[in-house]
Design a binder for this molecule. Structure first.
Ligand code: ZN
Length: 134
């Protein structure tokens, strides 16, 4: 399965582990995750390191997750606006649904996503947590 592929994990490690996106060399637009064609039609990008600071725009609780995340259910996901502008949908960590509120300051944290079977690779990545806990 593509999601469990060590090759895909290797190729996406900079965005998955470091919150690295791209900036358009022509118009300066920022994207996370990376794009291969900008809205200005340019295909020339440079790596861009996002700060990890964000604001929570919306959130919900996932009670019936995809199979990979069944051990973590229920968990929360949210739309966060990165300090630099892009809006991303991410898992939220270290917080319950009742503790969340729109506008809350969030910070990127490095957490375990899931394990591909009992003998499989363990996948890690970025989640967002309330900044007051950092
Ligand atoms: Zn552009």
């Amino acid at each position: 399965m593509y999601k469990n592929s060590p090759i895909a994990a290797w190729r996406n490690q900079r965005s998955a582990y470091r919150l690295e996106g791209v900036s358009c060399d022509t118009c300066g637009a920022l994207f996370f995750p990376r794009k291969y064609r900008c809205t200005c039609s340019s295909a020339h990008f440079s790596p861009f390191q996002f700060s990890g600071k964000a604001a929570l725009l919306s959130f919900t609780k996932v009670s019936i997750p995809p199979l990979e995340f069944i051990d973590y259910s229920p968990y929360c996901i949210g739309l966060v606006r990165l300090e630099e502008g892009p809006i991303v949908l991410m898992q939220l960590a270290d917080v319950t649904f009742e503790e969340l509120s729109v506008g809350m300051e969030m910070i990127a944290v490095f957490r375990r996503y899931f394990a591909a079977g009992s003998d499989g690779m363990i996948f890690y990545g970025i989640k967002f947590s309330p900044a007051e806990l950092a």
